[in-house]
Design a protein around this ligand. Structure first.
Ligand code: GLN
Length: 215
């Protein structure tokens, strides 16, 4: 399937019923991959670069990339505060890797001056796997998704060093380090389902989006 990436909505097709409208933060990083997955799953995708593009989205994905750059651009383009307000009002948001860092309340090993949106009750550590092991693949049990283990690709990913009372761990590495979390309408993974053909996290997220849109 080819997808024409624009700021307007990407329709699933005339015959299909309109899916939920899902924004993908497109300041930096692998937003195109998320847009393709979400489009395949029937969502209408809107790339978000300006505050007004948040209006009317039923959910938002924050992609992988470089969290310090994404943070800087979000503040420069006036998106950080509207994003925080939208999340506080219940907007479902899924962050992968740098996106998880953007959502976290506390970021360890951040660069000087780096901020996060601070809405997910976790402490994450950036680039937590050390120079020998920055990128790797492994299979994870994710009971909330059911079925086969999830094949997870980590690329200079963070780990969740502590999960606060408001959040829940969804998956851990064999050594116990947490790499997927949820908190109400928020979902975060240290790894990148958008590049492996693994759609269950996006489906899980879209369920949150649909139930909010129905409410
Ligand atoms: N190391 C990056 C950061 O700190 C995250 C890497 C990724 O998103 N693949 O933001």
């Amino acid at each position: 399937m080819t997808t024409n990436l624009r700021s307007e909505s990407l329709d699933a097709g005339d015959a299909a019923p309109a899916g939920p409208r899902v924004g993908v933060l497109a300041l930096q990083g692998d937003f195109r991959e998320h847009a393709h997955v979400l489009t395949e799953l029937g969502a209408q995708v809107a790339l978000v670069r300006r505050p007004e593009e948040l209006d009317g989205v039923d959910g938002l994905v924050i992609p992988g990339g470089e969290s310090s750059v994404m943070d800087k651009l979000a503040r420069m383009f006036g998106l950080a505060e509207p994003l925080k307000a939208a999340i506080a009002s219940g907007l479902p948001v899924y962050g992968t890797c740098a996106g998880l860092i953007m959502l976290a309340d506390t970021v360890l090993d951040a660069i000087a001056g780096q901020e996060s949106l601070g809405c997910l009750d976790v402490v994450v550590r950036r680039n937590a796997f050390g120079s020998q092991n920055q990128s790797f693949e492994t299979d994870l049990d994710v009971p909330a998704l059911g079925g086969d283990p999830v094949h997870a690709v980590f690329i200079r990913g963070p780990v969740v060093e502590s999960v606060g009372a408001a959040a829940t761990a969804l998956a851990s590495l064999a050594d116990g380090r947490v790499v997927a979390v949820e908190q109400g309408n928020l979902l975060g993974t240290s790894f990148h389902p958008e590049i492996t053909g693994e759609h269950r996290f996006h489906e899980y997220f879209l369920e949150k989006v649909r139930s909010r849109a129905r409410a």
